[in-house]
Write a protein that binds this ligand. Sequence first.
Ligand SMILES: [Zn+2]
Length: 665
Amino acid sequence: MMRVMTMRGVPRLLIFVLLVSVSLVPINGDEGLLESQDTYQSSGTPPVIDSIIIADYDEFSVGNFTGTEFSHLNLSVKLNEVESIVEGNLTVDFYNDDPVPFSRIPFHLYPSGMLYDSRQGNITILNVTTMGNPAQELPYGVLWEQQLMWVNLTEALQPGERTEFHIEFITTLPDGLDRANVHGEDGSQSRIYTFSSSYPIPCVYDKFDGWNTDPYVGFGDPFYIDMAFYDFCVNTPDGMTVAATGELIGSDSDGESTTYHFDPILPVREVTFSASRHYQVESGNVNGVTVSSFYLPDSQPEWEDDVLEWAILTLTLLNETYGVYPYSTLNIVEQHAFYGGMEYPCQVYMTRGALESVRAGSLYPEFLELVVVHEVAHQWWSQLVGDDSIDWGFLDEGLTCWSHNYYGEVYYSDWEYLQYYRYLDTVRTHHEEFGVGSVINQSNYERPELVGYIDYTKAPLILEKLRVEIGHEKFVESLSHFFKQNYFEIATLPDLQEAFEFVCGQDMDWFFLPWFDNPFLPDYSFAGVVYNWTDDTLTVTIEDLNEDLNLYSYSQRVPVRVYGYYNEILLDEIVWINSTTTFVLSVSTQPAEVSLLYDGYILVDLISYDVDSLSTQSIRFVGTPSLTEFWGSIPMEFVAAFAVTGVVWILAFYVLRKRSLRDAA
Ligand SMILES: [Zn+2]
């Protein structure tokens, strides 16, 4: 998702603090275990990381899923335009790919959790039946508060087995500005029906939480969905244009309504459709993918040509950078909602609200491009590589934000091009401004008020920091490796770290533990600067004042500059600072000031974003200066005064001598 940001970068989204806690299993690592990058480099043999053959990627990316089992869902829906309801039939052929038997299966019923004005969203379950003939009713229970339905199976479903049943339901689309809604007027050619996460969706079972039955939440994205093969039929009154997940493989009209048959061909996490009598459509093709934009007539000035172009540029770049987008369609669709945009498989949304904010001047013009690029990038991060976007939401948003900034770097030569507020400035001053720490590696439940900041700003900045430390090629290769390893699967932060360890050939705890798990950035201070006259060494001790507040010690490279008495630069060097660190520099003449330079991607707590260094003139001198140093240590003013005085003395002596000789003669 992309939020609409206000002037200070604070999400406009209402934050509902839910008094719910989930068990997020802490990631690996021993407290205090840390060595710097250079320690690893000098320690000889890097740890051996097992290489895993990326066989699934090679097969899946060309559409070959032979021998791999997924659930199959057949979804048929019929839109009632007048009543804003959708009648649905869902056939679930559920495959148990988990190591435990199930006697019942939970389904999310999200629409009742979505924002509404006067018509609340809802899914009413009409019946759940077996597939036999005659069909038999299966017992089920609906938990309204949890937006959940449990379907009880007639017998336990063993690992590796399948079971099939049918669910008949009616969805009421809410009238708010949330992910699913009906909004706008036909009179002004703005009415849109958006059906998103609006049918019973099977929950995910995992080793962390068992069944993930989290209800819809108002902070971050609440979704966590397994891949499944889908068949998707959408019936709407004639005269509507339908944008949906998958390839349109046929349509059939009975004179009043038309049924459109969509097929994503390959597994997807869910399906969505949006319908309007007013959509205008543009299409293009890139590497066999039909890219289409669907927008309202009034939005044409901003949407025409540009949206399609941004999407195609993103698709091209990320295909080359990470790996293949394997589907045959990708839609960018206009909708009404409170946020900037939202991602679904093969279809992403950009909102009319984002466009109106840009027109009103409350958002910068590049915001529309940002939304399109961001949502398309989610096809790689959250769709093809899925995650639990509540417990690990920083992972898909962090990678997606890093990717949309990378688009800025490639096409506009600036990684910060799409950042209205520099991530770097925001992160370095966040503690000063808000007085709180911010741990990235936490469930959104544990820090709902910080989701906007951590997932969308701090997480991508830490990824960029990682690129700075290991270099562009290894960084991108690691992301591509991570993508291919977890293609069509679910990933976590340890999986990302593992990919970096594989590509870099070394343990990466030194980076991942402090930067993802510490609440505070380093706050450096000069604990001692000593210049030794005898051997020309400058011994500098840097202390991290935040060290005791954090779990792990940081390691980062920081440029150090030493100035002489005339403000001349005596030395520029880059040093590793690993928590409290002492390093020794060779300086051939007496230093006057020592500075840590913060103008690069040095991550430190700052009181203001325009602070660009930390300096000290408090230098202690020890030892005995050599003769040259003694001369060198005499300020030039003294030398000049001394010289002038000398010349005056010589002249005076000469004049007096002359005079005494003349007097004598
Ligand atoms: Zn997003």
